[in-house]
Ligand binder design. Structure first.
Ligand SMILES: Cc1cc2nc3c(=O)[nH]c(=O)nc-3n(C[C@H](O)[C@H](O)[C@H](O)COP(=O)(O)OP(=O)(O)OC[C@H]3O[C@@H](n4cnc5c(N)ncnc54)[C@H](O)[C@@H]3O)c2cc1C
Length: 324
């Protein structure tokens, strides 16, 4: 590992002005659980690492009149243990508990989880220059692709690894970014971009921007949510396929429903067509089969990951039926 400098700013403004100095190879670090892995594996070689944890007051969960605000440095463990989150947003609570291990949840932050880099084994191999790292090829496309995307892939086939992102998107969360020009807020769903837009990154974050806060609308009456994650191993693991579902219930009918999948696409993947099939009708096995069939029409599995289609059907069943 090459030597690098550590900057310890005290405010978000200091972070954005540091980023504006256009130091080549300047990286933000929150808990460091992903960033340090990338440095040790020589995927990145920073000149400067900006330690966000030196900034006070960015770790909080506050219920206010217009929604719940989550500071970007809130640890995943704090999110998982918060009684209000558990009560009002059970899906987010379940997703936070599904992240990695207790140690990683203690160190890892909400912002870091949303901005973590992909786990594709070709991307994480220091000896391979895949497209994401400036090369010309996606090795997964013709190579080993069991864990890769079946939706939204091309020219790169990573899947977004975050458990929190699908859950927060299902809850219509917004993300606030700070830059030297001020603050901007956008739907978290719009934060993420497909490789076809920019293969080198997974979100719209600009070179002088930093994530500051997440906001979730207050839970509505009749709102229920859940998160279900299928993994290859019983212990910690990234999702093979996961689903975050938020429903507004009227008896056993979904007046409204939002379904977001993890582990299947380079971004958290919304199943809007399936939602429209389920909305307003009595939920039966036949209806869910129809919704899954509709969702899977857009699937483009690679050689080794056709199995994800069946898992999608399973998570769709388990999540929706558990809310009725
Ligand atoms: C063994 C292992 C298992 C894991 N399993 C899972 C899992 O099952 N589910 C899951 O969701 N995740 C999993 N993870 C990923 C883990 O959750 C992330 O490493 C963690 O959430 C990142 O948080 P952090 O605060 O440590 O981020 P860091 O490592 O500090 O940063 C991660 C990335 O986000 C950027 N970043 C951090 N904060 C900001 C900010 N405020 N603004 C802009 N950019 C920022 C950094 O520059 C970096 O690129 C696993 C990780 C490991 C090592």
């Amino acid at each position: 590992m090459k030597n690098f400098k550590i900057a310890q700013p005290q405010t978000i403004d200091q972070v954005t002005s540091l980023l504006s100095e256009k130091i080549e190879k300047c990286y933000l670090m929150a808990g460091g659980t992903d960033l340090l892995g990338e440095i040790k594996d020589e995927i990145i070689e920073p000149e400067v690492v900006v330690d966000l944890k030196s900034i006070p007051d960015l770790s909080y969960i506050r219920k206010e009149k217009d929604g719940v605000r989550i500071g970007v440095l809130t640890s995943i463990a704090e999110l998982a243990e918060n009684p209000m989150i558990k009560q009002d947003y059970p899906g987010l609570h379940e997703a936070a508990n599904a992240v990695a291990t207790p140690q990683l949840r203690n160190l890892g932050t909400v912002g870091g989880n949303l901005c973590q880099r992909p786990r594709c084994w070709y991307y994480r191999d220091p000896q391979l220059l895949c497209q994401k790292k400036g090369g010309f090829e996606c090795y997964a496309y013709m190579g080993r692709n069991k864990y890769h995307a079946i939706f939204g892939g091309g020219p790169c086939y990573i899947v977004h690894p975050s458990d929190l992102a699908p859950a927060l998107i299902s809850l219509d969360a917004e993300i606030s970014l700070s830059s030297p020009d001020g603050e901007k807020t956008l739907p978290l769903a719009d934060f993420y971009i497909l490789p076809v837009v920019d293969v080198s990154k997974e979100n719209i974050l600009g070179a002088n921007e930093v994530v500051k806060e997440i906001k979730i609308p207050l839970a509505k009456s009749g709102e229920k949510s859940t998160y279900y994650k299928l993994k290859e191993r019983g212990v910690w693991d990234f999702a093979l396929v996961s689903a975050a579902v938020k429903g507004i219930m009227a008896g056993d009918v979904f007046k409204d429903i939002k379904i977001v999948l993890g582990g299947v696409a380079p971004v958290p993947w919304r199943l809007e067509k399936a939602e429209n099939i389920i909305k307003g009708k009595k939920v039966t096995e036949e209806l869910l089969k129809k919704a899954a069939r509709e969702a899977l029409k857009e699937a483009r599995p690679l050689k080794e990951n056709e199995f994800k289609k069946e898992l999608i059907e399973t998570v769709l069943y388990r999540t929706t039926l558990s809310l009725i």
